[in-house]
Design a binder for this molecule. Structure first.
Ligand SMILES: NC(=O)c1ccc[n+]([C@@H]2O[C@H](COP(=O)([O-])OP(=O)(O)OC[C@H]3O[C@@H](n4cnc5c(N)ncnc54)[C@H](OP(=O)(O)O)[C@@H]3O)[C@@H](O)[C@H]2O)c1
Length: 336
């Protein structure tokens, strides 16, 4: 498989960062892995640009950045009004990349697998609600279904649990998996009220478009659910306990700080139980991360305690996870 056809869904921050990495590292990927990627379609909510011969990513990036929507393009390429489901059925691709925030995307992930396409995604809800069905379908068809960027962006916790720690039995995982709440709690420690700290996070582009998922703990909950599915057995997001940082009094955060500790939104994952809640941590705890850093402490029977810490958000950091998965999927598709 020298040339691999990619169909990209979502051309927001992560979609465009993914396109940039594919563009900038084209030669490296060719030399290192002997592979060329041909992007045959890109979709946003306004439309799908589809060119079976492959498109010039520079041009598509220019159009999206200049006009904000792919449907603005009318010159060289056809723009189609497909739903993602129609696009998956219609467009011939080896790998479908979902970098949307479409909560119902699991339906078209499933369709992609049924049509023999590998799937790479950074979108959490499909896995947090349908992990068992999706991975079973991929397994039946021997197709890659990869999701490194769903948890800790490109910091490879998924690969660690899925590919590396194969001899170990996981005993538990504790993690700080949402950078927005870490940023807000750090600001609250400095005396800034939650609403104001949230506005700051939005200005910096750290918070999701709809920040309620961060504040209420849903984002960390999706990620913790995915980690449970990998480390133990499949569960769904409906089965977990979540308490976010909404309504957390400023005085509480400052009191914890005065006591020489720090508050973080911590996900605790054990067999059959997942909870997300604000917890007091000693300042020197490895989970007392700052900014958009994430950290997870994994306990196993053989290795003992293992700490993984790194970027939990960011554009090139998330694109690292997405494109690494695209390369892994390619290697597997060609039988490696
Ligand atoms: N940003 C990060 O640091 C990060 C880290 C890890 C994971 N993620 C996850 O990665 C995904 C993308 O994040 P992002 O920051 O790039 O979000 P974003 O900037 O809001 O981009 C989302 C993109 O998806 C498109 N989209 C949504 N529904 C669609 C549909 N039904 N069909 C076609 N396109 C659709 C949007 O179209 P329009 O452009 O027309 O609105 C937009 O281009 C999310 O699931 C997010 O949770 C993000």
């Amino acid at each position: 498989m020298g040339e691999v056809k990619l169909s990209i869904f979502g051309f927001g921050n992560v979609g465009r960062a993914t396109a940039r990495v594919l563009l900038e590292k084209e030669r490296v990927f060719k030399e290192k892995y002997g592979v060329s990627f041909k992007v045959v379609s890109i979709s946003d909510r306004s439309g799908t640009v589809w060119l079976p011969e492959g498109m010039d990513l520079r041009e598509v990036l220019n159009v999206k950045e200049a006009f904000g929507r792919l449907s603005a393009w009318s010159n060289d390429y056809e723009v189609y009004e497909f739903s993602p489901m129609e696009a998956v059925k219609e467009i011939d691709a080896d790998i479908v990349i979902d970098v949307t925030n479409d909560k119902n995307a699991w339906e078209w992930h499933m369709e992609a697998l049924k049509r023999g396409r590998a799937v790479v995604t950074s979108n959490k809800p499909p896995l947090a609600f349908h992990y068992a069905e999706l991975t079973a379908e991929a397994g039946r068809r021997e197709l890659p279904y990869l999701f490194e960027a769903t948890v800790m962006a490109g910091t490879p916790i998924i690969g660690l649990l899925r590919e590396t720690l194969l001899a170990d039995s996981i005993e538990g995982i504790e993690g700080v998996l949402n950078g927005t709440t870490t940023y807000i709690l750090t600001k609250m420690e400095e005396g800034v009220p939650l609403e104001e700290a949230l506005k700051g996070a939005q200005r910096l582009g750290i918070a999701e478009h709809d920040p309620s998922g961060d504040i209420l703990g849903f984002d960390a909950g999706y990620k913790a659910t995915i980690l449970h599915c990998l480390a133990f057995e499949p569960i769904t997001f409906d089965e977990i306990e979540i308490r976010g940082i909404d309504g957390l009094p400023l005085e509480d955060v400052q009191r914890v700080r005065k006591e020489g500790k720090t508050l973080r939104l911590v996900a605790s994952i054990e067999r059959g139980s997942v909870s997300v809640e604000p917890k007091e941590l000693p300042k020197e705890s490895p989970l007392a991360v700052s900014s958009t850093q994430n950290a997870a402490l994994i306990k196993t029977d053989l290795l003992g305690e293992l700490l993984i810490r790194g970027a939990g958000a960011g554009l090139k950091e998330t694109a690292s996870g997405v494109v690494s998965d695209v390369i892994t999927a390619t290697i597997r598709l060609r039988g490696g």
